[in-house]
Write a protein of this length. Structure first.
Length: 363
């Protein structure tokens, strides 16, 4: 069986790699190629393109890099034709992957999609493409099931891959003489340059804590050094789970990491800042009350969200003081327990999806 996987972000790469692991455990005769990252590569998946070459964030950056994105689409389509897979597995990365889904359908390739586009938050018209071009959709949040069914689309929910990964793995405690506060500025340059400098400002006020930045090896140490010069902080590459496991609190760029921190019982502050142009478009299009997955899933304000002009030194300090307070921490932990209950499933999501892929192969 030949499978082609396409993902454009680090989290998608991680989740896709777990499916490859389960596939190879259940079925020997399998060949996988991908657009992905180091996690897929670690399972001997041949990469036609690495995620560090294709990751663009925000409307303005997509517009600025439109020519490169079009070239990437052209290359990806040719890679698929050359490989001629039995199945294409698209993982998250909707702007790119829904375009590929249309191409795949028109060229008679079966297409499964893992981690639904957040059409319940914005760009709900994407459901037309999903209906037309996706053969099977795997969602990762339970509330998405009703959203799709109400619109006449059958989807499968087997659980959440973040919870599965945390439940299955053991993490290492980072040695530190002081309690650790982790800084998670994201994995893309566009995120880091806007968020990390503001995060760093507050570090000087907490000499009794060790601030550690979660860094990605898709960027160089020199890139981070230009931001941290003059600050007493450490950098840890590709050890985000170990870092969260060791953290007293965390200051996090909005995204999957907010859910990871919650499922590892780390009190957090959520940050988000983009270009003014991208923010105006997002404000017009986005139809949800919260941006962090924790607040969205619990349908209430559990973690502080500091967005755009509210992402300031003073607001970070005020909220950091709160989540270092034991009484407030206990309330947050109780809400995190609710989150665990919402997402808990008995079976492995990666194993279930691998089984669905193999069912298709045998049919």
């Amino acid at each position: 069986m030949k499978i082609y996987i396409i993902t454009g972000e680090k989290s998608g790469d991680q989740h896709a790699s777990q499916i490859v692991y389960e596939l190879k455990k259940q079925f020997n005769d399998i060949e996988v190629r991908a657009w992905g990252g180091n996690a897929l590569k670690s399972y001997n998946v041949k990469l036609d393109k690495h995620i560090k070459e294709i990751n663009f964030m925000g409307f303005w950056n997509v517009i600025k890099n439109a020519f490169q994105i079009l070239n990437n689409l052209k290359q990806c389509k040719q890679n698929i034709l050359d490989f001629s897979p039995d199945l294409i597995l698209l993982v998250d990365y909707p702007g790119f992957n829904l375009n590929i889904a249309e191409f795949a359908s028109k060229n008679n390739f079966k297409t499964f999609y893992y981690i639904s586009p957040k059409i319940w938050a914005w760009n709900s018209n994407r459901i037309k493409k999903i209906k037309k071009y996706i053969d099977k959709m795997f969602i990762i949040f339970p509330f998405e099931k009703k959203y799709y069914l109400d619109r006449g689309v059958d989807v499968d929910y087997f659980g959440n891959p973040v919870l599965e990964y945390i439940s299955k793995n053991k993490f290492n405690k980072i040695e530190s003489e002081k309690p650790i506060i982790s800084l998670l500025p994201g994995s893309r340059k566009q995120e880091i340059k806007r968020v990390l400098p503001i995060m760093l400002e507050v570090t000087r006020l907490y000499p009794n804590y060790n601030f550690i930045i979660s860094a990605t090896s898709t960027l160089t140490i020199d890139y981070y050094q230009k931001y941290i010069k003059g600050y007493n902080v450490d950098i840890l590459f590709d050890k985000q789970y170990d870092l969260l496991y060791s953290s007293k609190a965390s200051i996090i760029t909005s995204g999957t990491s907010t859910l990871e921190a919650a499922l590892m019982n780390v009190p957090q502050i959520v940050c988000y800042k983009t270009s003014f142009f991208s923010y105006l478009i997002a404000k017009y299009l986005v139809k949800i009350k919260y941006i962090s997955l924790v607040n969205i899933l619990l349908e209430k304000n559990v973690v502080a969200e500091l967005i755009q002009k509210n992402l300031t030194f003073f607001n970070i300090k005020e909220n950091l003081d709160k989540i270092l307070d034991e009484e407030i921490r206990e309330k947050m932990f109780k809400n995190y327990d609710e989150l665990q209950i919402i997402l808990q499933r008995e079976k492995s999501v990666s194993e279930e999806i691998a089984s669905e892929i193999l069912k298709f192969n045998y049919s």
